[in-house]
Design a binder for this molecule. Structure first.
Ligand code: G4P
Length: 285
């Protein structure tokens, strides 16, 4: 699903989220493990400030494992519970239940002190478009889980998925609007395919991607495309066009075709597993 965000969209999504947040104890926030910061909307910290918080770093299958570790420690140091997952292949899903219980421990203990037993904690999934919210809900909740239906006092139409005796999940995820005022954030979101490609042209995107990869992952591009060396980005794009036979009519090289191919192969993980950013503290180190 591709989205263009306008102020009207954002206001509507925010209002909806505020309503839904009233019903829950725990915010399960999905981020893309390749760009854990650019794929977050920091407004969620304000919106969900009195809730337990769990961050799921999704699409970990496409991200650099060492950098995923760094990000995971970083988020934990900021007080979030964190699990790295691949919602599509179900990797990492087993530990989520434990983390949910840990994240909600205070709430559960408070309930027990008040004599409230067997009240499941309620959670909702939030994240920017395309980060894997629906895939996660489908994988995690699965078909086996009974929907609990409407309950008294709950907004009409809200469906809760009973995951087990301790946890209920709102079946519709909260959509956070991507924040791409910052050019770098915009580029990152475009590279992973979260905002429309038309916003940045493919040629420019591929050159920017090549620059990032050649700097942070030397020889990954050369390895994938069997290049003798990694020179400057334009030269590399040209060499890839040659190697892959990207030609216009009349044997002229088709750079745009090569650019699209590179972006496509990056998104599907064919070039390798990459993370495009590190926590600011680490970048300075
Ligand atoms: P959303 O609800 O947050 O908008 O995201 P959604 O679940 O629709 O997922 C967006 C795309 O990301 C889907 O691909 C989905 O398969 C893919 N995806 C979700 N989780 C993971 C993951 O952990 N790893 C990888 N590699 N991909 C993931 P799509 O191309 O839109 O659809 P399809 O090709 O799966 O049919």
């Amino acid at each position: 699903m591709q989205f263009q965000w306008y102020p009207g969209h954002m206001t509507k999504a925010k209002r909806q989220m505020q309503e839904d947040l009233k019903l829950i104890d725990l915010v399960i926030e999905l981020v893309d493990a390749r760009i854990p910061l650019s794929s977050r909307n920091p407004d969620i910290d304000e919106l969900g400030k009195h809730k337990a918080r769990l961050i799921l770093m999704n699409k970990a299958d496409l991200a650099d494992p060492a950098k995923t570790e760094i990000w995971s420690s970083y988020f934990k140091s900021k007080g979030y519970f964190v699990v790295c997952i691949d919602a599509r292949s179900k990797k990492g899903m087993k530990t989520i239940q434990n983390e949910i219980m840990e994240a909600c421990r205070e709430k559960i203990e408070r309930n027990l002190r008040r004599g409230i037993k067997n009240r499941p904690v309620r959670a909702m999934v939030v994240g920017i478009p395309n980060v894997g919210k629906s895939t996660f809900i489908n994988t995690y909740a699965g078909k086996a889980c009974a929907k609990t239906g409407n309950k008294p006092g709950v907004t009409k139409g809200k469906q809760w998925i009973r995951l087990n005796k301790n946890v209920e999940l709102l079946d519709t995820p909260g959509i956070l609007w991507p924040k791409f005022e910052d050019q770098k954030v915009g580029l990152h979101l475009a590279l992973i395919g979260s905002i429309k490609d038309e916003i940045l042209n493919t040629d420019e995107m591929s050159l920017a991607l090549l620059k990032i990869l050649m700097k942070d992952y030397p020889n990954a591009v050369a390895g994938r495309y069997e290049l003798e060396e990694e020179t400057d980005a334009v030269e590399v794009l040209k060499n890839i066009a040659q190697k892959r036979g990207c030609l216009k009519k009349g044997e002229e090289l088709d750079y745009s075709k090569a650019a699209a191919l590179i972006i496509d192969e990056f998104r599907s993980g064919k070039i390798g597993r990459f993370t495009l950013e590190l926590p600011k503290e680490q970048e300075l180190a």
